[in-house]
Structure formats: structure tokens, C-alpha cells
Write a protein that binds this ligand. Structure first.
Ligand code: PEP
Ligand code: MG
Length: 573
């Protein structure tokens, strides 16, 4: 079979090689064991202790790499494995005449049957863990003893239609190389999380991947969105240096300057969008002037339970410590939509993106909101602290949330707890209803930040996670650009700082028009700072203004695409 090239949408940067592992279900280990008679009870004991060692190693691996992850992702496996009743049942089955692999299957199947009938969702979810455990045990049973890391996903590229945050964590803990997702969207939150975890990811059409059998050698260029199946020697050698650094140009860190200016000297602040402490560190190394968006829900999504106030305080303090000089904008929990906590009962919603999301969720769960705000205020003691609310739909909601912050500063003062007594409080502008209130929101808030991912989604009625409508997801749509302009003007009139923090802020085709409209602060994924800086240095602010004036007069997507040099075809056929 010859080399073939499949194009997809780049979702999380990086350049890696590996062999294809194909999953239709939640992530399971890349092993299938053949049943093998002739195993002894000693083999069972060895397999159990080897499986345990592997699981502990994976768990430690993820702990070392991700500060926020106190999640015991293999906790259920370990609990079952260490349960004397479980092992006792397998032994009894062997005593009754079954061979060892059959006994393992039979007992785990019995557990699966019981768990899958449970009325409790969390117990039902453990079925995947049980299947995973069975695969591991059988694999260890039918192979000679070997080092624990052997069943890792090193050298593997996962092809899967869907992925949960815990799957992604597992993938990272098992040292997988990259992921090809066959459904979803670039701005979907699983893609954002992949970027936070530095896992290369491409979104590609399932049909184009259907003919690839498991084990096919792949090269993923997740910067350009290219997948080479069975890459030949020429392709491999042309990617040699990029593969060595996993796609990150090695000189990035040295080349980046502490301040960014256009060719004609106009200052643009480059801030980082981060979801994890490790990214905050990268942001500092890449000279971000601050954190423009800390997505606080990421730490919640990577856990098995709600973090306590003290646990949150520890994470937020780490983020602030990493930034040292620059300031950090902490967005309060933005759950709902495609960000559900699997350990927290979610309301049944037929339109979750129009449901209990962002600030609405935290209003509904006041205790969670209070705990987070208290942790933030405590972490901000003695340093500048900015708190921002997502999904603000009215001045009323903003004021209500702001009053709660003020109430909690009084509460902490009464408790004599060190805290930040006057945080700056901002609003995200990401809902169409906030555009018409831009002046009033700018007056009420200390700063505004445009969340263009959701603004595009809601203004254009395009689900950001639905690849079937990806063609209608057009950030340069005249209504989107005019809305951004309206909000920018309102903030400037009011003398309030404004930035933009969705994916548009790092899009090379759109940066000129954003600067032309008057935006002077861009919040971009930390790893993209060097490229964005280089691009801005080639721009002229006056030319950018002329371009944006022209764009804002245009009424069609096609005309703006032409002005901005964006290849575009009408998605309606
Ligand atoms: C946005 O909506 O643009 C944004 C930055 O927030 P998120 O992508 O986390 O919804
Ligand atoms: Mg948003």
C-alpha cells in the first residue's frame, strides 16, 4: 500500500509519528489478549501485581505532569484489583475447573452485568473501567513478565469519534503521541483541553479514515492539519527536525520579545489563554504580558470530585506565582454546554448550550460559586487580581455576581483571612444580548473581554462542536465583526480596557482587522505567542485601520473573505 495524505482541521499543534489505534468507544488499552489455557494460579498472581504496578505508574505519570490532576483516574481499577473478594471469586472459579483466563473473564463479566444494571450513573460508568481492567489482566496473563510501561500508548496515534476529559488524561498518562478526532469542532472544549495538555490533535472526516487498519504508520502534522498514512522516506525526512521537537520550533523562546509593537510602533499587549498551571509557566517563558483568560473549569474537568476551597486556593496561587509580574484574569466556572462534570449531577437539557451554562450554573449552585470566589480572593492577597464572569446576559447578572464578590470580601475580612479586598471585576462579552448593552456593561465593569468563540456560535446560530455546520462557522461574518467593533468602541468611550480571547485573536488573517478596529490586547493560547508577535511586527496600524474601515462597510461574507485573503466557498452548495 502506498502513502496517502488525508487533510483535516488543525486543532492542537504538534508534529508526531505513530501507529494507528482505532477506538469506537471510550479509551481502552491497545491490547487484545488471546485466551490461553495452561496459565497457572502463579501466573494470575503475577498478572495482578504487574497490572497494579502499571496502573500506579500511569497515575504517577499524570500527577508529575499536571498539577491540577488530583484525579485518581485508575482508582476504580485499583480498588477492584485490591479487593480480596474479587480475587477470591476468580480463585474459586479456577478451583471449580475453569482455566485462568476464562475465570478472569467470567468474574469480570459478572461484575459488568451487575454494574450496568445500577440506577447510579457513576456506577454504570465503571463498566468501561472493568472492561479496561479485564483487557489489562488478560494481556498480562498471556504474556511473559515485562516492564510496566510496556502497555503504554507510546508510539500510538488514537483515532476516535469522541473523547472525554478523563480519556484525554488517560491518554496523556499513557504517553500517547497524538489524536485524530472524527467528530467535534476546533473550538469545542475537548480541543481546548488538548491544547492545554499539549496533545497534538486533528479533526478529520471519519469517511477518509475508514480504510486505515489499526497499526497503519501515520505522521500527523497537527499544525497544518495533515495526516500522512504510511509516510514515505521523503516525507519523513522533510519532517525530521519538526518531529524531533514534536512540532515546536526550538528557537521560539529565545526569539520572543517582552513587548509587541506593530511596524509603526503601536503597542499591542499579548496575553495568554491558559487552562492549566503548566501553561501559565509556558506563558511566562514566552513573555506573555499577563494571563488574559484562565479557564478555571479545566481543573474541575480533570478531577473526580469538586475541589475544596483550599485545593482551589492552591491552584490559583500557583497560577499567580507563575506569572509573577503580569496580571491574571480568572474566569469563574464556565460549565454547561459541552463542559459537564461527570461526577456532578447535570440537569437534563435538550439544548445544553442554551441552558444552565457559565454564570447561570454558578448562580444555581451558589455554594460552588462562593467557594470558588473565596479561593480566588484568598489567592489574590497582596497582588493584583482580576475576576471575570462568563455568559453575562444582562447588567443585572453582572451586578448580582459582582455584589457577591464584594459580599465575600467582607466575609473574609470578618474571618480575619488575608485576601484581596479590591479585585478588578470584568465581564465576558460572548452573547448577542450583551452587544446591545455594551455601553452599560463597560460602565459597570472594570474591564471587558470578547469571547469570540461563543459570540460566533450564538450570533450565527452555529454549534461550535458540530462539524456538520463547520462551514457556517465564519468568524469574519459581517455581523460578528460589526459586533466586535461596537463593543470595542463602547469600552474605549468608557475608558475601560478591552481584549479579545477567542480563537479569532490568534488567527493571522483576522489579527489585522482586530487591530484596525482598535483592539490593543489579544489573548491567545500561550504556545502561539511567538507566531502572533512575529505577525504583528509586520503590520502597520494605519493600514490595519483602513482595512477594517473597508471590512466594516462590507455586507457579505464573500466580500470580506476577499478583502482578508481567506479562501472561502459558500457552504450551501
Ligand atoms: C470564547 O467563548 O471565546 C471563550 C474564550 O471562552 P470558551 O472558548 O472557553 O467558551
Ligand atoms: Mg465562551
Amino acid at each position: 500500500m502506498h502513502q496517502c495524505l488525508i487533510t483535516g482541521t488543525p486543532t492542537s499543534d504538534g508534529c508526531v509519528t505513530g501507529t494507528a489505534v482505532i477506538y469506537a468507544a471510550p479509551l481502552k488499552p491497545a491490547v487484545t489478549a488471546q485466551t490461553q489455557a495452561g496459565c497457572t494460579v502463579q501466573d494470575l498472581e503475577r498478572a495482578v501485581s504487574e497490572t497494579r504496578a502499571q496502573l500506579l505508574e500511569f497515575q504517577q505519570n499524570i500527577k508529575d505532569r499536571i498539577t491540577e490532576s488530583v484525579t485518581q483516574i485508575f482508582a476504580a481499577h485499583l480498588m477492584i484489583l485490591e479487593d480480596p473478594v474479587f480475587i477470591g471469586q476468580i480463585r474459586k472459579c479456577i478451583g471449580d475447573g475453569a482455566d485462568v483466563p476464562t475465570a478472569v473473564r467470567r468474574i469480570i463479566d459478572e461484575y459488568i452485568a451487575i454494574f450496568s444494571k445500577s440506577p447510579d450513573l457513576r456506577t454504570r460508568e465503571k463498566v468501561d473501567d472493568l472492561e479496561d481492567l479485564m483487557q489489562r489482566l488478560l494481556s498480562n496473563l498471556t504474556r511473559p513478565a515485562r516492564p510496566a510501561a510496556h502497555s503504554s500508548l507510546q508510539g500510538k496515534i488514537l483515532i476516535t469519534p469522541r473523547l472525554f476529559p478523563s480519556d484525554l488524561l488517560r491518554f496523556v498518562s499513557q504517553n500517547g503521541e497524538g489524536i485524530i478526532l472524527t467528530s467535534g469542532g476546533v473550538t469545542a472544549h475537548i480541543s481546548v483541553l488538548a491544547r492545554s495538555l499539549a496533545v497534538p490533535m486533528i479533526l478529520a472526516d471519519a469517511g477518509r479514515l475508514a480504510d486505515l487498519p489499526a497499526g497503519t504508520p501515520l505522521l500527523m502534522d497537527a499544525h497544518a492539519g495533515l495526516i500522512y498514512a504510511r509516510p514515505d522516506a521523503t516525507v519523513l525526512s522533510s519532517y525530521e527536525s519538526l518531529l524531533e521537537t514534536r512540532g515546536k520550533p526550538a528557537q521560539d523562546r529565545q526569539a520572543v520579545k517582552p513587548q509587541t509593537r506593530t511596524r509603526d510602533g503601536c503597542r499591542i499587549r499579548l496575553l495568554a489563554a491558559v487552562g492549566l498551571v503548566s501553561e501559565a509557566k509556558l506563558a511566562r517563558e514566552l513573555c506573555a504580558e499577563g494571563i488574559g483568560l484562565y479557564r478555571s473549569e479545566m481543573a474541575f474537568l480533570l478531577r473526580e470530585d469538586l475541589p475544596s476551597e483550599d485545593e482551589q486556593y492552591a491552584v490559583y496561587s500557583r497560577v499567580l506565582n507563575e506569572m509573577q509580574t503580569g496580571d491574571a484574569v480568572f474566569r469563574t466556572l464556565d460549565l454547561g454546554g459541552d463542559k459537564l462534570l461527570h461526577y456532578f449531577p447535570a440537569a437534563r437539557e435538550s439544548n445544553p448550550f442554551l441552558g444552565l451554562r457559565g454564570i447561570r450554573f454558578t448562580f444555581q449552585h451558589h455554594d460552588i460559586f462562593r467557594r470558588q470566589l473565596r479561593a480566588l480572593l484568598r489567592a489574590g492577597h497582596g497582588r493584583p487580581l482580576k475576576i471575570m464572569f462568563p455568559f453575562v446576559s444582562s447588567v443585572d447578572s453582572f451586578v448580582h455576581a459582582r455584589n457577591l464578590v464584594w459580599e465575600l470580601t467582607r466575609e473574609l475580612a470578618a474571618e480575619n483571612r488575608p485576601h484581596q479586598a479590591s479585585p478588578e471585576i470584568g465581564a465576558m462579552i460572548e452573547l448577542p444580548c450583551a452587544i446591545g448593552l455594551a455601553d452599560e456593561l463597560a460602565a459597570a465593569a472594570d474591564f471587558l473581554s470578547i469571547g469570540s468563540n461563543d459570540l460566533v456560535q450564538y450570533l450565527l446560530a452555529v454549534d461550535r462542536t458540530n462539524d456538520q455546520v463547520a462551514g457556517w462557522h465564519v468568524p469574519w461574518h459581517p455581523s460578528v465583526l460589526r459586533a466586535i467593533h461596537t463593543v470595542t468602541e463602547a469600552a474605549c468611550r468608557c475608558g475601560k480596557p478591552i481584549s479579545i480571547c477567542g480563537d479569532m485573536a490568534s488567527d493571522p488573517k483576522l489579527i489585522p482587522v482586530l487591530i484596525g478596529m482598535g483592539l490593543r490586547a489579544l489573548t491567545v493560547p500561550a504556545c502561539r505567542i511567538p507566531q502572533v508577535q512575529q505577525l504583528i511586527e509586520t503590520l502597520d496600524a494605519a493600514e490595519a485601520k483602513a482595512l477594517s474601515d473597508q471590512v466594516l462597510k462590507s455586507a457579505t461574507v464573500a466580500e470580506i473573505a476577499g478583502l482578508l485573503g481567506i479562501p472561502w466557498t459558500f457552504p450551501g452548495g
